[in-house]
Design a protein around this ligand. Structure first.
Ligand code: ADP
Ligand code: MG
Length: 638
């Protein structure tokens, strides 16, 4: 941008050629779009405090106050003209946009459908200015005393366009959209203090301490935050950071996935897909992790001028962004899943590192400001995190994981066998009196020093470890072990297969045959070597070495039947990893099978080597635990 041209009158009107290149469209659809545009303007103005005040979900009143750079009298007037902006000068500036706004359209569009008041003062000027606009026409302009910054008040939105007024939803619905938007910006700009007030009540506030996790906690809630693992990946062109949820905690939709590119909340299939890929095999079908992902790319590599509401972007380095997100998430999951290391609170150099931006940027950052009803924060995880106690952070994560597993086993609809995985701990630990809340009770169970006690109901392996007692579902544990092994052989390209001395012939239905043909490769990775032999007939020449040849035929038939079942629901397409999941399930020891001590030991040893020993590929819990602390507490020893 040409700073010289900016100095006298900073805002100027774009020439026709540039204006024509701007993705046109109606930016003002509802109160939330007004809030979005005004908040973006405040952020572009360098504000560190932004307060949004609403009445009636914004339908009656939207007021956005900031302490940003403010505007001169001339700029204030100009800002209401179409295509008047201080952010770009010409079409070339569109190639590398560094601000949230750039079209010079928002203020005039909003002003034309409301009663607008603007009060603004630049730091360098003694007086502020107040402007009143009615349906786009300036009706009053005067000098007044005002603090530095800008306050824009929008009353009676759409009062002169009854058709649009009619489409507005209830105040509650509009408020929820606005809360979502403001929350997103609060997460993206942790150094800015946001407040959202509706009908005199504070709906949302962010501390503005620069500690991203604190802002995220205010937005997503403290429970969600405790389940998040940090992600980070930096390549020359792309920087990815943020948080994703632990695989044992998922949602039924993507509502809790929020992506930002260069500080702008956007929808992105590329990013969503990269996350899905990283969770492949960790989640049951139809479940999604929560994710807050911040991507930074050079402004030249991303086109933000493709969507009228700037809700989508186009990457010119699409593949790189995809890779970077995938690797960031993948790494966090792999490291986060290494349970034994996670619950060693003293080991601050453990595998989970806290990303740099959790470190307060200014050492003098004010302490977390909390509303009274959130006293728990201060006593709990967050406060610890804000003081950068990495050990405590890890500890909290480990504890979270543990609770998560218990929660999954208690409520998860994907627990198919009724009764399987009911937590050992049925009655909740008695609540401590509020003034002696245990914040860091040693309730985590690290999987170290595991010793097998025996098998219960021929279904569960009971073991003790240094920190407590474990109950392990033998079937799902084995499933996890087998699945991981197949994935590994997938990478090595050399699955373990034993040649069958007498090949087995399988004649299949047309539907079965179609699925098998499509997934021969994956079946091979699972250890089954099938060859097409005439119409709808296959011969099995090899099977996994863990199966007796006599079992192999039963297992493959079971698998094919299950794949057909799954494909009916999925339009005859079976996800490649579904083959491995099914194979693992069919080959795993069943509930009700007696295991020898040696078999149990091998299974547990193998399980502990898995990347995620807590959740099976279907998403079912593998281990439930009772920590020493819980046990002692139940017996009133502590
Ligand atoms: P754009 O943001 O695309 O430039 P807008 O219509 O939203 O267009 O705003 C027009 C101009 O008004 C901006 O370029 C900016 O110079 C000025 N402006 C708007 N809001 C503020 C604010 N809160 N503080 C300072 N300047 C502002
Ligand atoms: Mg703008």
């Amino acid at each position: 941008m040409n700073e010289q041209a900016v100095s006298a009158n900073r805002i100027s009107v774009l020439d026709e050629h540039t204006a024509n290149r701007i993705a046109a469209g109606e930016v003002v659809e509802r109160p939330a779009s007004v809030v979005k545009e005004l908040v973006e303007n405040s952020l572009d103005a360098g504000a560190t405090q932004i307060t949004v005040t609403l009445e009636q979900g914004g339908k009656e009143l939207i007021k956005v106050t900031d302490n940003g750079c403010g505007m001169s009298r001339e700029d204030a007037v100009l800002s209401l003209q179409r295509h008047a902006t201080s952010k770009i000068r010409d079409a070339q500036d569109l190639e590398a946009i560094r601000t949230l706004g750039f079209r010079g359209e928002a203020l005039p569009s909003i002003a034309s459908v409301s009663l607008l008041e603007m009060i603004t003062r630049r730091e360098s000027e003694p007086d502020g200015v107040r402007l009143e606009v009615e349906a786009g026409t300036i009706t009053n302009l005067e000098s007044i005393g005002a603090p530095q910054g800008t306050t824009i008040t929008v009353r009676k939105l759409f009062f002169n366009t009854p058709a649009r007024l009619k489409f507005l939803k209830s105040a509650q619905t509009e408020l929820s959209h606005i809360t979502e938007f403001v929350g997103w910006y609060a997460m993206a700009y942790p150094e800015v203090r946001f407040r959202l007030v509706h009908g005199g009540r504070e709906v949302l506030s962010s501390p503005g301490t620069g500690i991203r996790l604190n802002s995220i906690a205010q937005v997503l809630g403290k429970d969600a935050v405790k389940q998040l693992v940090p992600i980070e990946f930096v390549s020359p062109a792309v920087k990815v950071e943020g948080f994703v949820s632990n695989p044992s905690l998922t949602r039924i939709n993507r509502r809790e996935q929020v992506f930002f590119v260069n500080g702008r909340p956007i929808k992105s299939r590329t990013i969503a897909h990269a996350i899905d890929l990283a969770y492949r095999g960790l989640l049951p079908p139809g479940r999604y992790p929560a994710a807050v992902v911040f991507v930074q790319v050079e402004p030249e590599l991303v086109d933000v001028n493709v969507h009228p509401a700037k809700a989508e972007v186009k990457f010119s380095a699409e593949q790189e962004v995809h890779n970077a997100v995938h690797r960031a998430v993948n790494r966090a999951l792999m490291e986060g899943a290494a349970a034994p290391a996670m619950s060693e609170p003293s080991d601050a150099s453990g595998p989970l590192s806290v990303p740099k931006d959790q470190v307060p940027s200014r050492p003098s950052a004010p302490p977390l400001e909390l509303r009274p009803d959130e006293r728990e924060y201060r006593q709990g995880t967050l406060d610890r995190m804000s003081t950068m106690d990495i050990g405590a952070f890890q500890d909290a994560l480990a504890r979270r994981r543990e609770e998560a597993i218990r929660e999954v086993s208690a409520h998860d609809p994907f627990t198919w066998e009724k009764g399987a995985g009911v937590p050992v701990e049925e009655s909740p630990v008695p609540e401590a009196a509020p003034d002696q809340v245990e914040t860091y009770a040693p309730r985590t169970v690290a999987l170290s020093g595991v010793k097998i006690i025996g098998q219960a109901r021929a279904t569960y392996i009971v073991a003790e470890c240094d920190d407590g007692i474990l109950v392990i579902d033998q079937h799902v544990a084995h499933e996890r072990v087998l699945y991981d092994r197949m994935l590994r052989s997938d990478q090595l390209k050399s699955p373990a297969i034993q040649r069958l001395i007498s090949p087995v012939s399988l004649s299949l239905s047309a539907r079965e045959s179609a699925i098998v043909r499509q997934r021969l490769d994956q079946l091979r990775k699972a250890g089954f070597e099938l060859e097409e032999f005439g119409r709808d007939t296959y011969v099995m020449r090899g099977a996994p070495p863990s199966l007796k040849p006599s079992e192999a035929e039963v297992v493959i038939r079971d698998m094919i039947a299950e794949l057909v079942d799954l494909s009916v629901a999925r339009h005859l397409i079976v996800r490649p990893d579904q083959v491995l999941i099914t194979a693992a399930c069919k080959m795993a020891v069943k509930a009700g099978e007696k295991l020898s001590e040696a078999e149990m030991k091998r299974l547990i040893d193998d399980l502990l080597k898995c990347e995620n020993p807590f959740v099976c590929p279907h998403g079912r819990p593998i281990i439930v635990s009772l920590s020493n602390w819980e046990l002692d507490r139940k017996f009133r020893r502590v």
